[in-house]
Write a protein that binds this ligand. Structure first.
Ligand code: BGC
Length: 353
């Protein structure tokens, strides 16, 4: 079978290699790969700036945003042939830390977790892959064209869960949410915001392409303006930050009103500095009981919430988020940004082209 593999740490080593079909381990599912989503993390891995191979190996199978169809399911696995599934990205650390021991591996304390397609475990970028049933998420068959969005949706389902839990430390009836960044994470966070009945606003640096319309079709408001100014105008109860851009991160952190919650989801590149009045920022956070929280990854609970959110969404809208589908043979195009990209997907199977 063909697999998308690379040497972590070595820029542009990504290529299609011929690999033996995977042998499912005891109790595992054998899955026919349908689609693979590409995100900023994949681009960083391709550029040689992130990622780790499995122990004792040079190459890693890339890909953590998966969608496939079960080809073989052992009896008692809870799955049957033909089920539409996605695989969970992270596995608990082997120690395990307290969080991993309790299934909260997305909150791993010692950093020794592994991640498919990212950290020491082969990913889902191959024509066939295997997965343990407890790390497979069954999807509504109606999601065949868009189910590949379940992983990024799980990331925002977790972010929203954190906002809820933090909000409940006192009286909490949020009305307005500002999402910064109208990429897949921002748009899916906005979608969940609308499912919660909130007044949703999305800010992005572009004023053309598909983003303004995708936001409007959610019933949300699009802003193409300075983040600090939008914060002043809206006084949002919640901010989901999905740009990772230093200036925007600072503007939302310092622009909250009382009891503001800012959830940071953007993985930024280090190395750029900004001048910050730390005293003013600290003062504002303290005097307003604000919270700034980081959020990454997701456990099975968040994947299930994500699968439900996708089932409840308009499939055509979700399809509109996938702005390019690239055949596996042309994988290189998937890692090169094009104008108006939102989510780019690699079709592992012709049916997804
Ligand atoms: C993935 C997460 C992962 C993170 C860090 C993100 O792109 O969605 O599952 O934990 O990268 O490796």
């Amino acid at each position: 079978m063909r697999a998308l593999t690379l040497i972590p740490g070595q820029a542009d080593s990504v290529t299609l290699t011929d690999e033996p079909d995977p042998e499912p381990g005891d109790g595992e599912l054998l899955v026919h790969g349908l689609a693979l989503g590409v995100c900023g993390t994949d681009k960083e891995i391709v550029a040689g700036r992130y990622g780790w191979p499995p122990e004792g190996r040079e190459r890693l199978v890339l890909g953590h945003e998966s969608l496939g169809r079960v080809e073989h399911a052992p009896e008692g696995s809870g799955f049957t042939e033909g089920d539409l599934v996605a695989g969970v990205v992270r596995r608990p650390d082997p120690v395990p830390c307290g969080a991993c021991a309790r299934g909260e591996f997305d909150m791993c304390r010692n950093g020794e977790y592994t991640e498919r397609g990212i950290k020491q475990r082969d990913g889902f970028g191959s024509e066939r892959w295997t997965v343990e049933p407890e790390y497979a998420i069954r999807l509504d068959p109606a999601l065949e064209r868009v189910g590949v969005l379940v992983e990024p949706t799980s990331v925002v389902a977790k972010a929203w869960e954190q906002v809820e839990v933090i909000g409940r430390r006192s009286w909490f009836e949020p009305q307005t949410v500002l999402v910064t960044g109208a990429g897949p994470i921002g748009l899916l966070a906005a979608m969940i915001g609308t499912h919660r009945g909130l007044d949703v606003h999305v800010l992005d640096r572009v004023d053309r392409g598909p983003k303004p319309e995708l936001v409007a079709r959610l019933g949300a408001t699009y802003h193409h303006a300075d983040a600090a100014e939008v914060m002043r105008r809206l006084e949002p109860d919640v901010v989901i930050e999905a740009t990772g851009a230093g200036r925007v991160v600072l503007d939302v952190m310092s622009g909250t009103s009382g009891y503001g919650i800012v959830c940071l989801t953007g993985v930024s590149s280090p190395g750029r500095s900004l001048e910050v009045d730390v005293g003013a920022l600290n003062r504002e956070i303290v005097l307003e009981n604000d919270v700034v929280v980081g959020s990454v990854n997701a456990n099975q609970r968040h994947y299930r919430a994500a699968a439900d959110a996708l089932s409840a969404a308009d499939t055509e809208w979700l399809d509109g988020l996938i702005t390019r589908r690239v055949p596996l043979a042309d994988f290189g195009r998937a890692f090169t940004a094009e104008d108006h990209d939102v989510k780019v997907v690699i079709a592992l199977d012709d049916s997804q082209g």
